[in-house]
Design a protein around this ligand. Structure first.
Ligand code: GDP
Length: 426
């Protein structure tokens, strides 16, 4: 993706998340100087496999696994300090040195324990399938202009006063929601007092650093979390996350202008999964879904929840190409389909008897659509050893070509296994 004219690349999920962005970021980070997370929080989980080691990262950009990469948590992220430092300690325990190459935006908002209590309480009534990690309530506070930002920890006296008011407010809300549990102010004060000395040395204006680095000709990778169909504007609302996961959010969340972005890579699975509630039009019938789940190990990296599984949905990916302005696609987990004799691909929808080539905005309409399937022949041979397109069985190659035609964007990578080297660059 990087070349002399392409210095700033965004990697986004082009379906419902869990597409394998962590692996692609890991592969691309090899060529990048800087990796920035731009939205979401500890509800995202990227899994990166290096040799026999597996790293699951929720808050720290997966570029941290490349020793020459500088990593940043951008202003658009909501930072869960407990998870952040647990992850940082786990990296240190495995000899991944992070000193001097991990920065946190002073503008990023903090996820506090009271946000988690509110998240769990509202999930009981709303049933949106959130992870209960406090992400939604933190973004609500951000847009309600009552959030606490990382930079606020520089003035602990003010931060304590802010917290006193916010904890009292959260407890009033918990009362209204009929929940018995209450947030403890001393626990919150203790948390920020413990946290401030650790996070402040990492804190800076990350947008300025990215801007200057781009001016100096460095290569920057902007790492998204979740997927386009979970974007608060473009996703299957209300079954969405609380941030803009699409590429437009990358500029805002990293603190640079949109004209700085040179390329956008959309990561798609060779099939489709979704975790949590909401429509999944190409969901497979139970036996095939179970097979996809087993072969693809489709269980959430953050929550362990089984993912719902279905076939590739071209309407979703076409939509994603449009709303993200994708300049390339990375198809992952092709190897998961190796044993299927036939592979259905959803080419379009039928809505109330009429052909429908675009994603409906209304989730109730999406629940009613019937996908049109095209059945492609399987290849029934392993693909995980392929390193060039020419190494793939003819049917697998035809499958990839068909996905490209239906999606309307060029495929730049095909991933055939979880390991770093199991990738085909097109
Ligand atoms: P992310 O949040 O988009 O990074 O996705 P996850 O990390 O939740 O899920 C991707 C999972 O698929 C991880 O366990 C990866 O190691 C694994 N993975 C990524 N690419 C491939 C692939 O091409 N084949 C297989 N079998 N697994 C893959």
């Amino acid at each position: 993706m990087f070349d002399p004219k392409t210095h700033c690349v965004v990697v986004v999920g082009a379906q419902w998340g869990d597409e394998g962005k962590g692996k692609l970021v890991d592969v691309l980070a090899e060529q990048a100087d800087i990796v920035v997370r731009y939205q979401g929080g500890a509800n995202a989980g990227h899994t990166v496999v290096i040799g026999d080691s597996q790293f699951v990262l929720h808050q720290i950009p997966s570029g941290i696994l490349h020793s020459r990469c500088i990593c940043m948590v951008g202003n658009g992220v909501v930072l869960d300090p407990e998870t952040f430092f647990t992850e940082l300690d786990a990296l240190a325990a495995r000899d991944v040195a992070t000193a001097g190459r991990l920065f946190v935006s002073e503008r990023a908002h903090l996820v506090m324990p009271y946000h988690k209590l509110l998240d769990v309480a509202s999930e009981k009534s709303q049933q949106l399938g959130t992870t209960g990690r406090g992400i939604g309530p933190t973004y609500e506070d951000k847009y309600g202009r009552r959030g606490i930002r990382v930079g606020d920890l520089r003035h602990l006296e003010t931060a304590r006063a802010q917290l006193t008011e916010r904890v009292a407010r959260a407890n009033r809300l918990l009362g209204l929601m009929g929940v018995a549990e209450r947030a403890s102010l001393p626990q919150h004060i203790d948390l920020i007092e413990r946290l401030a000395p650790r996070v402040l040395p990492l804190t800076c204006d990350t947008g300025l650093l990215v801007y200057r680095s781009l001016k100096e000709g460095r290569r920057v990778l902007l790492e998204g979390a979740q997927g386009a169909l979970l974007d608060v504007d473009h996703g299957t609302y209300p079954f969405v996350t609380s941030s803009n996961t699409t590429a437009g959010g990358a500029a805002v969340g990293a603190g640079i202008g949109p004209t700085a972005v040179d390329g956008v890579l959309g990561v798609v699975k060779a099939y489709t999964t979704r975790v949590g509630n909401g429509p999944l039009p190409t969901e497979a019938e139970p036996v095939a879904a179970e097979e996809l789940r087993r072969l693809g190990d489709e269980f959430g990296a953050t929550t362990g929840r089984p993912r719902r599984c279905g076939w590739f949905d071209a309407t979703v990916v076409r939509f994603s190409v449009r709303v993200n302005g994708l300049t390339g696609l990375a198809v992952t987990k092709l190897d998961v389909l190796d044993s299927f004799a036939e592979i259905p691909v959803g080419t379009a929808y039928v809505l109330d008897g009429d052909a429908c080539g675009e994603m409906p905005a209304d989730v109730r309409a999406l629940e009613r659509v019937k996908p049109r399937f095209e059945i492609l022949p399987g290849w029934r041979r392993p693909t995980s050893g392929a390193r060039r397109l020419a190494d793939l069985p003819a049917e697998a190659r035809a499958y990839v070509d068909r996905l490209q035609d239906l999606a309307g964007a060029p495929i730049r990578y095909v991933s055939v296994g979880s390991r770093r080297d199991q990738i085909i660059q097109v």
